[in-house]
Design a protein around this ligand. Structure first.
Ligand code: GDP
Length: 296
């Protein structure tokens, strides 16, 4: 489970604080040292940890906290607030265009979970009464088009494909036209990934962006690759520009470092999380609920 050891460690730290009737600065310092180590061990970005601990400490050694009747509780509340803030504060949704179709591009490295997530997102949107069109624009990974078609059949959602011999930019443009003619109000484009970031990939994504002007570019990242994934997100944001993040495989991530760092590092919110391989295993991301999971 995500945040397993982080939750255990923080809860132990705070149990000690709560046990004391009065707190002084030294108690807070010691607790913050433990928080720092726990966050680093959960694979949270070093600078993010440093800023986080500084902020919490500044608030926690304020007169109201140390002088209050329940200082331990107050410190926990501050940590809870700051963890929520770290993960984006409030829920962040997909922007829906007032003029359909809304075009959403999913980008990321190969294996991150883009194709699966396009299916999951389509499934979720359809349940909300929308008419999504899934677009197979990953013409490099041999099985990607077939995989999307199979997902579309399972979900009974249309998939737009022009095979793997057409340029992805032309596929994306044709898909948007198709959506307009057939009344699809959401166009979800599955783009190609690579094992690593390279220029060719970025060029291709920029060209698709330029030609279809998506309302949302969502970066899909694999939680289990931790800070590597966060660094890739940063590069995608700098080079392409992203509007939000979908974290996949959170069901297989015990540390939670990616989920805790990506908003602070990129400035872009987490919009959904993938919690399993099944097609209904995509959830909206709620920063406050995630924070509560850590603090119990
Ligand atoms: P792509 O190369 O980015 O299109 O990645 P795929 O969509 O093919 O996904 C790669 C693998 O990750 C597949 O085996 C998916 O079933 C798996 N996967 C995707 N999302 C999740 C998730 O949220 N949880 C788990 N456990 N597996 C996932």
């Amino acid at each position: 489970m995500i945040f397993e050891s982080l939750a255990e460690r923080l809860q132990n730290t705070f149990k000690k604080l709560k046990g004391k009737g009065k707190l002084d600065e030294k108690d807070v310092d010691e607790a913050m040292r433990e928080v720092r180590v726990a966050l680093l061990e959960a694979d949270v970005n070093y600078k993010v940890v440093k800023d986080f601990v500084k902020k919490v400490k500044e608030r926690a050694i304020g007169a109201e906290v140390l002088g209050s009747l329940t200082p331990g509780q107050q410190v926990i509340k501050i940590v809870n607030d700051e963890l929520t803030e770290l993960m984006g504060g409030t829920q962040s949704k997909i922007t829906i265009s007032s003029k359909p179709p809304t075009v959403v591009m999913l980008v990321g490295l190969q294996g991150a979970g883009k194709t699966t997530t396009v299916g999951k997102l389509g499934n979720q949107l359809r349940k909300q009464g929308r008419r999504p069109l899934l677009v197979a624009a990953d013409v490099y990974r041999p099985a990607a088009i077939k995989q999307l078609k199979v997902l579309g059949e399972q979900l009974n959602i249309p998939v737009f494909s022009l095979g793997d011999k057409t340029n992805p930019v032309d596929i994306a443009k044709a898909a948007v036209e198709h959506a307009k003619s057939y009344g699809n109000d959401m166009v979800l484009i599955d783009t190609a990934g690579r094992l690593h970031i390279n220029e060719e990939l970025m060029e291709e994504l920029k060209n698709i962006k330029e030609s279809v002007k998506p309302h949302e570019i969502l970066f899909v990242m694999d939680a289990t690759t931790g800070q590597d994934a966060v660094n890739v997100a940063k590069t995608f944001d700098e080079q392409l520009g992203i509007d939000g993040v979908i974290i996949t495989k959170l069901d297989g991530d015990t540390r939670g470092g990616a989920a805790l760092s990506v908003k602070a590092v990129t400035g872009k919110p987490i919009k959904f999380v993938g919690m399993g391989e099944k097609l209904d295993a995509l959830e909206p991301f709620f920063p406050d609920r995630m924070a509560s999971r850590i603090l119990g």
